[in-house]
Ligand binder design. Structure first.
Ligand code: TXA
Ligand code: MG
Length: 408
């Protein structure tokens, strides 16, 4: 499948400040999760006038989409694609100019390294010096999946812009049929940060990608909404079975702890509440987490308290005050408490008993708050357990760590 059908070669590679034509392929017949049962290119023509032929036609369109998108990547272009976490903006991780196009399109600070995506475990050995036994266990347990491993980079293999000068590289294998097929078809390591403008919430739909990057990137593969909704967990392994979480995400601390070889899971002190880039002692080891990411345009506060009633009373008081001064206010609340708030102001984060729903919805709710011109966003906290830890991490970042603690 090395058919070099490069569309619109004239628009390659996407360059800073220059508007490019962004191709969009809408995939219709692709199962979202499962890398094994995708259509492959054949020379068979579709049988007309049957449901099966429609399906085959869709397959043909999808096959062409993969070939075109992969050819763009091989030729130094930038292509956004879905993963199980969020949409990523991919480019050939070996190609300096291609990687530079990612930074330019996103407006991303150049000292923030990128995650390299692979479709096959074998590719990892080409990218890193060695894979320790603990990392190997995590890979067996969680790949493909939302776990990113930081490992010692092999010199000279990747563009130096990918690692931002570090001697390590972050690598993951996404659990999404479209991502895996694109990576396999491109047959190169693909650097891919989330496909949003820097400082905007990560995209969980192709529509979000278009909002931010239309005209700034070469293509978008649209396969519907992503699953997890928050980014992968970034970890480092060390001797004695220690795993350090540099960024909480789709794989939880509890899941990591359950792996046989894992003796301890800790969270990078740089991630603790209030730690900032100026806090030398707590400088985060994952450079990206120091930036105020995921920021909605409105002012956001997390409201915490000893009981639902106390929190709801405080939120209502803030809501009334702000509304009186002409502000537009959104409340992000869990289903169990929706009735405590006026209908027209409240957005559901899903059930408190299923924080994966909040993970799926958070970024698109933040975008919606922006679209609707919200000046103030008041968000309920959830217990930082399981995926709730990643939800709270992203909420706190979105809120710039502004928390209202209510008393009794
Ligand atoms: O789910 C995800 O991980 C998504 C999808 C597209 O795969 N990607 C993503 O990439 O979130 P990005 O660039 O938005 O976040 C990458 C994170 C940043 O916090 C960055 O600092 C960290 O990974 N990172 C990258 N390389 C690193 C390294 N060598 N050491 C420590 N942290 C690293
Ligand atoms: Mg990001």
């Amino acid at each position: 499948m090395n058919d070099e059908r490069v569309p619109e070669v004239g628009s390659l590679p996407s360059r800073a400040g220059q508007r490019v034509e962004t191709r969009c392929w809408t995939l219709s017949s692709i199962p979202r999760l499962s890398g094994n049962d995708l259509p492959v290119a054949t020379n068979e023509s579709a049988t007309p006038d049957t449901e099966a032929s429609d399906y085959a036609m869709e397959h043909t369109a999808d096959i062409a989409a993969f070939q075109e998108a992969a050819a763009l990547l091989r030729h130094g272009g930038t292509v956004a694609f879905p993963t199980e976490t969020v949409y990523g903006l991919g480019a050939d991780a070996r190609n300096d100019q291609a990687v530079s196009s990612i930074f330019a399109a996103k407006g991303r600070p150049s000292d923030n390294p990128l995650i390299v995506h692979i479709a096959d475990r074998i590719q990892l050995d080409e990218l890193v010096e060695n894979v320790d036994e603990l990392a190997e266990q995590l890979i067996r347990e969680f790949w493909p999946g939302p776990l990113t491993l930081v490992l010692p980079v092999r010199a000279g293999v990747l563009s130096a812009r990918v690692t931002a000068g570090l001697d390590t590289v972050a690598v993951r294998m996404p659990d999404h049929a479209v991502a895996l097929r694109l990576l396999a078809e491109a047959s190169c390591p693909v650097a891919a940060p989330s496909a949003n403008l820097s400082g905007r919430p990560s995209p969980t739909t192709a529509g979000h990608v278009k909002e931010d990057l239309d005209g700034r990137i070469d293509g978008i593969l649209d396969a519907g909404p992503t699953g997890v909704g928050l980014e992968s967990t970034v970890v480092e392994t060390s001797l004695g079975g220690k795993v350090t979480i540099l960024r909480p995400g789709g794989i939880t601390a509890e899941q990591l702890m359950a792996v046989a070889g894992v003796k301890a899971v800790s969270v990078d002190p740089g991630l603790q509440e209030g730690a900032t880039v100026t806090d030398e002692l707590a400088a985060p080891r994952s450079p990206g987490v120091k930036y105020t990411h995921y920021a909605p345009r409105g002012m956001m506060y997390i409201v915490e308290g000893s009981s639902v009633d106390v929190v709801a009373a405080r939120v209502r008081a803030e809501l009334t005050k702000a509304t009186e001064t002409g502000k537009r206010v959104a409340v992000l609340a869990y289903d169990e408490h929706l009735e405590a708030y006026p209908d027209h102001s409240v957005y559901s984060l899903g059930s408190l008993t299923a924080p994966e729903q909040a993970a799926q919805r958070l970024y698109s709710l933040l975008r919606r708050c922006d679209d609707e011109g919200m000046d103030l966003i008041l968000a309920e906290a959830c217990p930082p357990k399981g995926i709730g830890a990643a939800v709270m991490n992203r909420m706190l970042k979105a809120a710039g760590h502004r928390i209202i603690h209510t008393g009794k």
